[in-house]
Ligand binder design. Structure first.
Ligand SMILES: [Zn+2]
Length: 200
């Protein structure tokens, strides 16, 4: 049993505990570090978080996180509007952007099918994408999900769903190891996977 801290410190611990990979021991370590900070550094962290609340929004078109709507990618008329890369999370979009090789647009699904997390196929927000296919002249949808069980299930489901649509469906080529994370794949691997994408 750890000691009870003053209420504000308990609140900080509870927040730190929500971060991925931060268990009770690491949360305590971060908490003690933050307690040693100068007031101005704590205020800096607090105002950075509040700024997120005030300015961060979801792009109405591709659903990535942005501070403008539509986001800079959706608003860029020079990008190829006929190709849409579908990813699970905004960080996957950033990974693909970091290759500098992809010139199409995106659709961030926000989740993958995961029975363990209670995400069923019908929970996926696919309707806005179907609307975009109907109105934007999209010719190809690239399915770019992590090569793990959830990603594969999602790819399979979307392939079936999109088969009825007038689009080419493709998926990333080989290169990202099975069970690996798209967001941690190196630029070279991602570039190859994009270039070597397979039509489904
Ligand atoms: Zn967007």
């Amino acid at each position: 049993m750890r000691p009870k801290f003053p209420v504000p410190v308990e609140h900080l611990l509870a927040s730190l505990n929500k971060l991925p990979g931060v268990g009770p021991k690491t949360a305590l370590r971060y908490m003690y570090a933050i307690l040693r900070w100068q007031n101005q550094d704590r205020a800096g962290l607090a105002s950075a978080l509040l700024e997120l609340n005030a300015t961060l929004l979801v792009c109405a078109k591709c659903h990535t996180l942005s501070d403008v709507n539509p986001c800079s990618i959706c608003a860029d008329g020079k990008r190829d509007a006929t190709t849409v890369c579908m990813v699970a999370e905004p960080q996957d979009l950033l990974a693909i952007e970091s290759t500098g090789m992809y010139t199409g647009r995106y659709y961030v699904l926000g989740a993958v099918i995961s029975p363990l997390d209670g995400v069923r196929p019908e929970d996926l927000h696919t309707r806005p994408l179907l609307d975009r296919i109907a109105t934007e002249g999209i010719r190809e949808i690239i399915l770019a999900f992590d090569p793990d069980a959830e990603g594969e299930t999602t790819t399979l489901f979307l392939t079936k769903l999109l088969k009825t649509q007038p689009v080419i469906i493709s998926r990333l080529g080989r290169g990202i190891p099975v069970g690996g994370d798209l967001e941690y794949a190196d630029t070279m691997t991602l570039t190859d996977a994009l270039a070597g994408r397979k039509i489904l």
